[in-house]
Write a protein that binds this ligand. Structure first.
Ligand code: MOS
Length: 745
């Protein structure tokens, strides 16, 4: 028998690559419907207060205008519960923004009107004619001032076991008593996700109680649930379609005011309505990585054993939602530290609500932790890699249980070789090439290997194609491609014979694409569904062929149009016979989250990033000359798309380290960075060739494929690697990102 070709692990090209580069792929703003109308949002120009007057007359009279929706005339949205009376919302806030439901302003550029017209240009023009008067109140957008009012998130107040609750192990006074210690403050500014595709939605009421949304979202099921609730509709009456998503990095993990507004607008004009945010609105309306202040203290023995760590963090949130993230999680489990405490707080500002941004929490926390590791190593006159090895953990020190798998040591070694770590000098500022100082730095990342539940259907069609469906989205990593590879191996069909359909809430249910969990979760469901389909085919064949009726599952194979048995060459049934009845060869399978293994083992992906930088002695310019990023992410399904993910995360880390900084003018409470001229992200010239490697060892505690997830660890630890390299080059320690030239000259 011919050996089955293995597709898992191959560098397969993207199944939708052709559609994407030819423009055939349709994103949410690219659907054309008969009678389309176009919505443009008018935003508030104050950050806090009340609207006292709204003049919409000129806008209403402008050519082509169909409606101007405001809090004065908006239809009641039945699911908008009165503020403070919604039990699902935290007690201290009013819950998610209920657009056009009152005259209160909670952040600058909050939608105050939606202008709907028959063309986009006419809607844009009319939107400029809306005039508002306000009763202004004093706002607070400055985290440095708001930090004194920071509070423990409600979730942690209610549940002391919440990961946001205060944590302590070992001796509470260990740091006080230590003689060899450091204590520093670290700050990361607000950063914006800045995906290529801007948030957009096309809302279409197909009937008074049936709604279709072409929406940019990372979770079709979550979006369907949110808007079914807002309109008191059965979920099956709401269709959500997100076949292609042009990057998101987390900002499509939440339902936002513009989506509610578009749905209201479509209701008012009784036509499909298309609304796309402007790039400027992307800076005010769809979340961001929150400004975060951290303080980290660490003590160690002279021979480089950490004795204690304390890590505090205050992140920003809005006044109407409590956003939290796991900023301190990596600190609790990464290094052996017998005494350790963490303390997480949030402070509410008059800004829009933050949302998870790639490596949410951990990327912020790792900047402090991995910088502090470098500072401590310097104090101890130890190589920072050696210092990390001396504090390596062979089991989870937070939960006192084994890792499911951990190959971080292997990553250290492989990465150190590739960057040329042996050339690093212990003393900073020791290597100079002309006007450039050269330095090396490293940073470590981790993220939970999460696996949830997902449903996948699999059907064999009469032409021999297997069609799989799942509601998951693909925001860019290549989910459809990876799933095709998994299905090809599980079914024994060539990838051309597999069609994986995703991005619709009407497909079998899955969670949002987030938290590096899609391959772990949906990948397993795909494998399960394919194996179930094969068994279904065996059962169908068994009806007329006793050899199949008694055959073992594993013995069954699909080969050149036949169902065959490995143990019995004579037994074969044409697949066409089994697929004659429509829907005969169809299964729908649910794959459950990791059960017992999740209780017995701590499951994490790990990464290490090594940077070589050159810093110009006169201008303070930092060039990242080389980045090596390595991951222990379990089985790699597709070498090429996985490496793409790692490179993208590394480039995001360069942005975090050197450029990204959303600036608010606190006098007005409004972002002054509102486009890519002011808000810098790395371009090609800012990014070196990133060398990526994988340990590629399966973790079968997570799932039968052995995957652990890549999305977050690709960026977690990159920024401190660069900051540490800058220190090694110059002797200057920058603890507030980004490391702009002014901080170095
Ligand atoms: Mo990601 S922050 O889980 O999209």
């Amino acid at each position: 028998m011919k050996m089955q070709e293995k597709h898992i692990g191959a560098s397969m090209n993207r199944v939708d690559g052709h559609q994407k580069v030819t423009g055939a792929a349709k994103y949410s703003a690219e659907y054309e419907l008969p009678g389309m109308s176009y919505g443009v949002l008018v935003g508030s120009t104050i950050a806090k207060g009340r609207i006292t007057g709204l003049d919409t007359k000129a806008a209403e009279r402008a050519p082509g205008v169909l409606a101007v929706v405001t809090h004065l005339n908006s239809p009641k949205v039945p699911g908008f519960k009165p503020v403070g009376k919604d039990p699902s919302q935290p007690a201290t806030t009013g819950g998610p923004l209920k657009v056009f439901s009152d005259n209160e302003i909670r952040f600058n550029d909050q939608p105050i009107a939606l202008v709907v017209a028959d063309t986009l240009e006419r809607a844009k023009h009319a939107a400029r004619l809306v005039r508002a008067q306000y009763a202004k109140e004093a706002h607070q957008t400055d985290m440095k001032a708001a930090a004194k009012d920071a509070f423990l998130p409600t979730s942690a107040q209610k549940n002391p076991k919440s990961p946001m609750a205060d944590y302590q192990r070992g001796a509470a006074d260990a740091l006080q008593k230590a003689s060899l210690k450091i204590e520093q403050e670290y700050v990361i500014p607000t950063e914006m996700h800045s995906p290529m595709e801007m948030q957009s939605i096309t809302a279409h009421w197909e009937a008074p109680d049936r709604l279709t949304l072409y929406d940019k979202t990372q979770g079709t099921i979550g979006t369907r649930r949110d808007f079914a609730r807002e309109w008191n509709l059965p979920e099956e009456n709401v269709k959500v379609i997100a076949t292609f998503v042009g990057g998101a990095f987390g900002n499509a993990l939440h339902s936002w005011p513009h989506e509610s507004a578009a749905i209201i607008g479509a209701k008012v004009v009784n036509r499909p309505l298309k609304l796309m945010l402007t790039r400027e609105q992307m800076f005010t309306s769809v979340g961001y990585r929150p400004y975060t202040w951290q303080k980290l203290a660490m003590s160690a023995t002279p021979d480089g054993k950490i004795t204690a760590i304390s890590h505090e963090s205050i992140g920003q949130t809005s006044t109407y939602e409590e956003f939290t993230e796991s900023t301190l999680a990596q600190t609790r489990m990464m290094y052996q530290a017998p005494s350790l405490s963490t303390r997480y707080r949030i402070a509410a500002l008059n800004v829009g609500t933050p949302i998870w941004m790639r490596g949410p929490g951990e990327a912020t926390g790792a900047f402090a932790l991995e910088s502090a590791m470098d500072e401590m190593a310097h104090l101890l006159k130890l190589d920072p890699l050696e210092f990390r090895l001396r504090n390596y953990t062979d089991q989870d020190p937070e939960r006192n249980r084994p890792w499911s798998t951990k190959y971080l040591k292997e990553c250290y070694q492989m990465g150190a070789e590739r960057i040329g770590w042996s050339q690093r000098k212990l003393e900073p500022g020791a290597v100079r090439e002309g006007d450039w100082l050269i330095g090396y730095g490293m940073g470590v990342g981790t993220f939970g290997a999460h696996r949830g539940s997902a449903h996948v259907s699999a059907q064999l069609l009469p032409d021999g194609t297997a069609v799989l469906q799942c509601a998951t989205t693909d925001i860019g990593p290549g989910t459809g491609t990876a799933m095709t590879q998994i299905a090809a191996d599980a079914l024994g069909l060539p990838p051309e014979k597999i069609r994986f359909e995703l991005g619709q809430a009407s497909f079998p249910q899955s969670g949002s694409q987030g938290g590096s969990s899609t391959v772990n979760t949906v990948g397993q469901a795909v494998q399960d569904a394919c194996l179930a389909l094969k068994d279904k085919l065996r059962e169908l064949a068994g009806a007329g062929n006793p050899a199949f009726a008694s055959a073992k599952k594993e013995d069954v194979a699909l080969a050149s149009g036949y169902l065959t048995l490995g143990s019995n060459a004579a037994a074969r049934v044409p697949l066409a016979d089994l697929t004659k009845q429509p829907g005969a060869a169809l299964v729908n399978v649910e794959s459950k989250p990791t059960g017992n293994d999740g209780q017995q083992y701590s499951m994490y992906s790990f990464s290490v990033h090594f940077a070589q930088v050159a810093v110009h002695v006169l201008t303070g310019e930092v060039r990242v000359r080389k980045l090596v990023s390595g991951a222990d992410a379990g089985t790699i399904i597709n070498q090429k798309t996985a490496a793409n993910q790692m490179k993208g995360g590394a480039v995001g880390g360069i942005g975090m380290a050197l450029m990204e900084h959303a600036v608010i003018d606190d006098r007005y409470g409004r972002y002054v960075t509102k486009d890519f001229a002011d808000y810098h992200v790395p371009v090609q010239a800012d990014a070196p060739a990133v060398e990526v490697f994988f340990v590629n060892q399966p973790d079968y505690h997570v799932n039968a494929l052995g995957t652990k997830g890549i999305g977050e660890i690709a960026t977690i630890g990159v920024a401190p690697a660069i900051a540490n390299a800058v220190f090694n080059a110059t002797g200057k320690r920058v603890r507030e990102l980004p490391i702009t030239p002014d901080k170095l000259v």
